[in-house]
Write a protein that binds this ligand. Structure first.
Ligand code: GLN
Length: 312
């Protein structure tokens, strides 16, 4: 029986993904984030990788269906949803420059009189959460609606224990939120904004779900159902901010090795975008000194090297 074209495509993709997984010698390398106690129990050897194409196909290898804590990857979705509704409301209150400071730095915020350097450091994400709350009443709810729709997985939710663990150990984020409020750049009640922020970080998704949910950025802003979330310009801009600010202070090394817009989280996931082609998600909980997953960076490096696909 001749194999169908879809079957052949699947085989090619599966072989490629197996080669990517085999090229990652570092499963288990790095340190699992433990400043949020509920994350410390993650298995450092876990590894997953998924590719979702602009046509809606999705392929994966390893534990690509296992949900994990998306943490700062949520910042891509909340930013996109806020920009889609009113870009000026965001850019009047947050900058677009890489910071050169840690993602939870207070010093940068004080020096800039309460304007966070970009939407992917925590201070910037708190402002975006505040903006999206003003627009929707529930920023985490808006993110959940969106990622459920894009991934076709209505069971995606947030882990209340992880959110509570972060809230209990959230003095720095609380300090950032109060500093923002002191400059008039946080308008909702500080405790509500913080709660909405930690719930977004505690959303649990698999590599499959995240790759599918990120594909709108590879389609220049067009969603799975062919409606447009972002203008072509705004999709380009969000990809540009991911390239410059998405992987903490490792943007130079990441661009050198992988060459893609991406956003990482301390849960060990990285969502990356190849415009016109696909979105990728790699995950493994062990982090390098910059806070990016050692194995996820290695897998993305292998994928772009093997395929020759990048934005450069
Ligand atoms: N919830 C984490 C925090 O606010 C997210 C950090 C991250 O993934 N970089 O500290």
């Amino acid at each position: 029986v001749p194999a169908s074209p879809t079957h052949i495509a699947n085989t090619i993709e599966t072989e490629l993904l197996q080669r990517v997984a085999a090229a990652v010698p570092s499963h288990g390398a790095g340190r699992v984030a433990d400043y949020i106690p509920a994350l410390a129990s993650a298995d450092p050897a876990a590894f997953g990788f998924a590719v979702a194409t602009v046509d809606g196909e999705v392929y994966g290898t390893g534990s690509w269906l296992a949900p994990f804590s998306i943490q700062s990857i949520a910042k891509v979705f909340s930013l996109s949803l806020a920009v889609a509704r009113d870009a000026a409301a965001v850019w009047g209150r947050v900058g677009r420059e890489p910071s050169g400071d840690p993602f939870n730095s207070l010093a940068a915020l004080e020096h800039a009189s309460g304007i966070p350097p970009n939407p992917f450091v925590n201070a910037g994400a708190l402002v975006v959460t505040d903006v999206l709350r003003e627009m929707t009443g529930d920023a985490c709810g808006a993110v959940l609606d969106f990622v459920r729709e894009e991934s076709g997985n209505p069971t995606i939710g947030f882990n209340a224990a992880v959110a509570a663990s972060e809230a209990d150990n959230g003095d720095r984020n609380a300090a950032l939120a109060h500093l923002l409020a002191s400059y008039g750049n946080l308008r909702g009640p500080v405790d509500r904004v913080l709660d909405d922020y930690v719930r977004q970080c505690a959303v649990e998704m698999s590599c499959r779900d995240l790759a599918l949910a990120g594909t709108f950025l590879a389609r220049h802003g067009v969603r799975r159902d062919a409606t447009r979330l972002l203008s072509r310009s705004d999709a380009k801009r969000i990809n540009a901010i991911m390239l410059m600010c998405g992987v903490y202070d490792a943007a130079g090394e990441f661009a050198y090795r992988v060459g893609l817009p991406a956003k990482s989280g301390v849960g060990g996931g990285i969502l990356a975008v190849i415009p016109n082609r696909c979105a990728l998600c790699a995950w493994s909980p062990g982090l390098d000194a910059a806070g990016n997953s050692v194995a996820a960076v290695a897998a993305l490096d292998a994928f772009t090297t093997m395929t020759g696909w990048s934005v450069f």
